[in-house]
Ligand binder design. Structure first.
Ligand code: PQQ
Length: 743
């Protein structure tokens, strides 16, 4: 690429020739001395500026793996961090030195071939560096991204959609990209991003305002920007894009806003759209007949794709899983199976043409869809190597398929599933043989009567005035939600983090209005019911559980597994934990400074293995927020639990003067920054949070203030996050504006 080329490139190449010519070592060759001097100069001028100067094309040709060492200097010559147009082989190779896609490779296995850190020595693992990314501490931001690393530079995105390039040796920030994003009012599930893609000298980012942008890898400046759809209609991007074969693939979120899901391919160099595959087929396309209602329900039928797809160059297919049909919780106005919602789908990676699908829940009305990324693996079954694909559903089941044709690798039966009689039109559900990793329950209750297993009082955080409701498990949050699973070829186990919790459902009528939440009914957490998390190893040959850890909180981070026989998972309480991949025995833990709600990665620097993870909390999991990128190594010196909490760099905790009177407009801003993700716009219900317009608590200022300060079981306490003035303002907004709307 042109703009990486400059005067230093020739010298660099000469230096490399010198290195390559080890036979020349010791010669008082003038050229070599010049080359050596230049290498020295380059090192002194600094890692980044040196790399700025390298001609990528020539480097790739002369040093494809970037592994040569300087013969004229003790210090190593830094490798070229400018990413080439990665070949499909590079992208499918399981990660070792680098971690170049969101899921480690286009197989999404999140398995590192490094084993320097292993079951024997992991007890010595300590923090090497911690970098505060300077954004993302506000409650509305969730830190869900895995970093990518290429030749010494890491790229990481925060919940504020700010991208940082970090020097992996020191954690030093090389540049930071702060996108210009409008004041968004329709972000369905909070401000978050699950990562970026890299390749061909660019960093590719999906933004919450439904744009996809490419950044210059060395400066962080925007090179191109393409609007995927209109955020005002509810479209948004939270997933990491995928770079493959000169293309960028991205899905789109917004299933709860009556959008039409899709995967779109763009030209990686220009950002030009190449094709789009709608996850709700239009007239004449395969699957359109599964939307028989003659009310155009398919046009706003959801089925978003908010995970990074996987690709297998051998099958030539792009694989991804899909979200809920819309409206999520009212099937009566969208009869039929509603393809391709709650499904695993395979399309031609080059043309975007449909190949096969597997629907996990037909005509889903519970929001038990399929947001967990698909994982590809090869496994020997009955003496034959098979091309497998696994996906962990919100249903609490793992679906294991043959990725060449979408047929189950292990049996899956169609069985009737309990659905509400008014809404169901197709009451069957594919249930895999094997073990579900969270118990299944869909229980109908009338008011607070006879809820099996759950003995608590309903509606602790809101008043029980609904006439009819259902108690469900798993809840809409899962089962397995977005936190990515991993596959370890050494153990043959598929590792899943999941949540086992109840949820209340009640029916309400809802008209479609463009750009507004379109759920169809209401779901809400059950404040005093038990919530557990599970970390589960599933044997892909049998679909049976090999081991399982049960936590007393949700497990909401994602998984890294390694050749060192380890499984790393983050905990809501701030710990990063390592288990023995084979036995599930806990072998290490380390306390960081906020909720660990993102999947860790592994890579190598100067022959030493590092583990990195974004530690920034999650609004839906209700964990403590932060803005740190933590990196661990065997020679690290930072002790567990010793790093101070980062200063809040976004000013929400200003401890400023408390104004005498509350300001409703200011309260609205506080609400939109902190409450909207769960409670929805104007409090009408979002994800996990009840509809405040129906709430009795929301009418009472004292109770609102108390709830905001102290939180409830599933609602976090904001007492430490907001100032007194902000709490007053938001109380005024809720009681004077939101709750009044019900009258
Ligand atoms: O339907 C959608 O488009 C959509 C998008 C997202 C998202 O993009 O974050 C979530 C969900 N649904 C969802 O159902 C859900 O439980 C969820 C949890 C989270 C999160 O960030 O923790 N996002 C989302």
């Amino acid at each position: 690429m042109y703009y990486f080329m400059n005067k230093y490139s020739q010298y660099t190449r000469k230096g490399k020739k010198g290195k390559a010519g080890i036979k020349m070592k010791g010669q008082q060759n003038k050229g070599l001395v010049v080359a050596g001097f230049l290498v020295f100069l380059i090192i002194v001028v600094g890692f980044y500026f040196f790399l700025d100067s390298v001609n990528k094309t020539e480097q790739t040709a002369s040093n494809p793996k970037g592994t040569e060492k300087a013969s004229t200097q003790q210090a190593e010559v830094p490798k070229d961090p400018m990413t080439p147009a990665f070949t499909s082989k590079e992208l499918t190779t399981l990660p070792g030195e680098n971690w170049i896609t969101n899921g480690g490779s286009t197989f999404n296995q999140r398995y590192s071939t490094l084993n320097e850190i292993n079951t024997t020595n992991v007890k010595n693992l300590k923090g090497k560096w911690v970098t505060h990314l300077g954004s993302g501490q506000e409650f509305k931001y969730s830190g869900e991204a895995s970093p990518v690393v290429y030749n010494g530079v890491m790229y990481i995105i925060t919940g504020a959609d700010e991208v940082s390039a970090l020097d992996v040796k020191t954690g030093k920030n090389l540049w930071i990209y702060k996108p210009e994003i409008d004041e968004l009012t329709t972000v369905c599930c909070g401000w978050t991003s699950r990562g970026v893609a890299i390749g061909d000298g660019l960093v590719y980012v999906g933004l919450l305002d439904a744009r996809i942008v490419a950044l210059d890898q060395k400066t962080g400046k925007e090179v191109w920007s393409t609007v995927v759809d209109d955020w005002k209609k509810g479209y948004t991007i939270t997933s990491a894009p995928l770079y493959y074969n000169g293309k960028i693939y991205t899905g789109i979120s917004g299933g709860d806003f009556g959008t039409r899901g899709r995967v779109t391919a763009f030209d990686a160099k220009s950002g030009k759209e190449l094709w789009r595959f709608y996850t709700i087929p239009g007239p004449g396309e395969t699957g359109h007949e599964t939307w028989p209602s003659d009310n155009d329900s398919w046009k706003r039928g959801g089925a978003p794709v908010w995970q990074t797809p996987a690709v297998d160059p051998e099958t030539g297919l792009l694989y991804f899983s899909t979200g809920n049909a819309a409206p999520d919780l009212d099937g009566s106005i969208r009869k039929g199976d509603n393809l391709f919602a709650a499904s695993i789908v395979a399309i031609d990676a080059e043309t975007g043409k449909y190949k096969w699908h597997f629907q996990e829940v037909h005509h889903d009305i519970w929001d038990l869809d399929a947001p967990n990324p698909v994982v590809l693996f090869d496994v020997e079954l009955d003496g034959k190597m098979r091309k497998g694909l696994a996906q962990a559903g919100k249903t609490g089941w793992v679906y294991i398929l043959d990725r060449t044709n979408g047929e189950p690798l292990i049996g899956i039966d169609e069985v009737p599933v309990s659905q509400d009689e008014r809404q169901a039109t197709s009451p069957t559900q594919p249930i895999p043989k094997g073990d579900a990793f969270v118990p299944q329950e869909v229980t109908k209750v009338a008011l607070a009567k006879d809820a099996p297993k759950y003995e608590g009082k309903f509606g602790k955080i809101f008043d029980p005035f609904w006439e009819e409701r259902l108690l469900l498990k798993p809840a809409a949050a899962g089962g397995a939600n977005w936190p990515p699973s991993a596959y370890n070829p050494d153990t043959g186990y598929f590792y899943v983090v999941a949540t086992d919790q109840y949820q209340l459902f009640t029916r309400s009528e809802e008209e479609f209005e463009e750009g507004s939440v379109y759920l169809g009914s209401i779901i809400a957490p059950v404040d005093d019911s038990p919530r557990r998390g599970t970390v589960t190893a599933i044997d892909v040959k049998t679909n049976k559980i090999a081991w399982q850890k049960v936590w007393d909180d949700s497990a909401y981070s994602g998984v890294l597994t390694t050749k060192g026989g380890l499984v790393f998972v983050g905990h809501n309480d701030g710990r990063l934990i390592a288990y023995d991949a084979k036995t599930g025995d806990q072998v290490w833990e380390f306390m960081t400074d906020a909720g660990v709600n993102a999947a860790p990665i592994a890579y190598e620097v100067d022959g030493k293995q590092y583990i990195s993870v974004l530690v920034a909390g999650n609004s839906l999991a209700g964990t403590k927020h932060g803005d740190s990128l933590w990196t661990f190594a065997l020679d690290g010196t930072i002790e567990s639990g010793t790093t101070p909490v980062a200063d809040n760099q976004n000013g929400t905790k200003d401890n400023g003067a408390v104004a005498a009177t509350a300001n409703v407009d200011d309260g609205q801003k506080v609400f939109e920054g902190n409450c909207l993700a769960c409670h929805g716009r104007e409090g009408t219900g979002g994800h996990n949070g009840p509809d405040l317009q129906l709430s009795q608590v929301a009418k009472d200022a004292e109770k609102v203030t108390e709830r905001v300060k102290k939180g409830g079981k599933t609602m976090p306490a904001f007492g430490d996050l907001l100032t007194e003035k902000q709490i007053k303002d938001v109380t005024a907004y809720i009681t004077e504006v939101v709750a009044k709307k019900q009258e």
